[in-house]
Design a binder for this molecule. Structure first.
Ligand code: MG
Length: 476
């Protein structure tokens, strides 16, 4: 308690002040603070859930969550690969501002000596101002060295594989896996990947037995909710799946018509069901908001071992819609007005949204890129987000404003494949043309001009807030 109070005082210096509380409120019973749960998948595509149109993968728990909550159809991650995307979720800042992106390396690797700067303020640190208990379970991928781990970034505890589950592969096994990408009955060997399973800052298992990883993350998450039922908590559950290599518990193997990939998604769906059920049993459902999403689009070059972007163009590693638009659901009986939200939102907005719902503040000493979506969750207002900038590999590729998307460049990402070439800038009306099929650049010069100036202004805006050692932070 003493530590968290001191922590709050230190953090208080960089947060704006709360508006004064009405004196009449102080005598009334305070409503119970909301709990927050983020369930984040790795490389889950826009078209991988039955509620988002998948015809063969069965996700009844997520369907139920979408039906009783809000299904967001135009929700974006700030970058189409893991590390930068996750940094934006945690901080509400484009990765170019935090140095969690690079032209040289897409993401952090086991030989990386860096990670998310401890000077950045995470969602967990924002909620600590209100004495929330905080836990991260699953994939972190913002630095595996002690000073960058969740336990150094506002989380009370950590349990999980700290980076991608395909790292530390035995020589040649990555290639073998890739060669098996169309083999429906291929099942990988977890011992070929020397990835660690960590508890706080200690390795407790290596190689991590990934066969049971989804199940074990889930058991931990359920136990955490039970242990914290009497106090406000923030649980960030980031599944290592369905990033390749794919693993599912024995009881889920062979359950899906969509081969191993479908089995993996159906186990994640089971996991969601366990969490929602636990919240209901403990009467926490009316005091908790659960968000479900993905860190980037499907890894299409792994073919049947990768996911589907549904109607969207391309996938992971690209700034086409398939790379950055992710299936997103918010759920919270009494706190989230059920419905379909066909408006813009982003993982960049979560820190502002949770801060508002927890009646606390985000940092005011740095540029933030998020909006408070809480009025949308409550059904009171349209989304305040009208623009979105598509960054990848420390380059600005595209901008969206309202329904329009101007795409000025694309980089062929190594190992991501299946990229449609761009011959020049392209303009799409995404509401009329979700698949980015009909380029109207030549016939909409006024729209192009408006979007070009948005990009120019944004580039000017980030200039002053980019770390000097941008390449160093994510590189070796
Ligand atoms: Mg990913």
């Amino acid at each position: 308690m003493k530590n968290s109070l001191m922590f709050g005082l230190i953090l208080g210096a960089v947060f704006s002040c709360q508006p004064p509380t009405e004196s009449t409120e102080s005598s009334q019973a305070q409503p119970k603070p909301l709990n927050f749960v983020i369930i984040f998948c790795d490389d889950l595509g826009y078209g991988d859930l039955s509620s988002f149109g998948n015809p063969v993968i069965q996700t009844p728990n997520l369907d139920h969550m979408a039906l009783g909550g809000q299904k967001w159809t135009q929700f974006y991650v700030a970058d189409p690969v893991c590390t930068p995307s996750r940094s934006a979720l945690m901080t509400g800042r484009y990765p170019i501002r935090t140095g969690m992106t690079s032209k040289k390396r897409a993401v952090l690797f086991p030989d990386s000596g860096s990670g998310l700067s401890p000077d950045e303020i995470t969602i967990a640190e924002v909620l600590k101002q209100k004495d929330y208990a905080t836990a991260h379970i699953g994939k972190w991928h913002l630095g595996h060295l002690p000073q960058f781990l969740p336990t150094s970034q506002g989380f009370d505890s950590y349990y999980g594989i700290p980076y991608s589950n395909d790292m530390n592969a035995e020589q040649g096994y990555g290639k073998i896996y890739h060669e098996q990408r169309t083999t429906l009955d291929f099942y990988p060997d977890f011992e070929k990947y020397q990835v660690p399973l960590m508890e706080n800052d200690q390795i407790v298992e290596q190689p991590a037995d990934q066969n049971s990883i989804t199940k074990r993350y889930t058991q931990r998450a359920v136990q955490y909710i039970k242990d914290n039922q009497d106090n406000p908590f923030f649980l960030y559950l980031a599944h290592s799946m369905p990033h390749i290599p794919l693993f599912a518990s024995q009881e889920f193997r062979g359950t899906s018509k969509r081969s191993l990939y479908g089995d993996v998604i159906q186990e994640i769906d089971w996991s969601v069901g366990e969490i929602l059920r636990t919240l209901r049993i403990l009467d926490l459902d009316e005091h908790t908001i659960v968000m479900f999403s993905s860190d980037n689009g499907p890894w299409l070059s792994f073919e049947t071992h990768g996911g589907s972007a549904g109607p969207l163009r391309a996938g992971k590693g690209t700034t086409f819609e398939g790379g950055q638009r992710v299936p997103t659901i918010f759920w919270g009986p009494s706190n989230v007005e059920p419905g379909l939200v066909n408006e813009l939102g982003s993982t960049l907005d979560i820190i502002n949204t949770f801060a508002a719902l927890a009646e606390t503040n985000v940092p005011n000493d740095r540029k933030m890129d998020g909006y408070d979506l809480s009025p949308v969750l409550k059904g009171d207002a349209a989304s305040p987000r009208k623009d979105f900038f598509y960054w990848a590999f420390a380059e600005l590729h595209a901008v969206r404003s309202g329904p329009w998307k101007l795409h000025v460049q694309q980089r062929e990402p190594v190992h991501y494949g299946n990229i449609a070439e761009m011959e020049g800038p392209e303009l799409y009306h995404l509401e009329a043309d979700i698949s980015e099929k009909y380029d109207v650049y030549d016939v909409q010069p006024e729209v192009v001009g408006k979007l070009e100036s948005l990009m120019a202004n944004h580039l000017e805006d980030v200039k002053g807030s980019t770390p000097d050692q941008l390449e160093l932070r994510i590189s070796k």
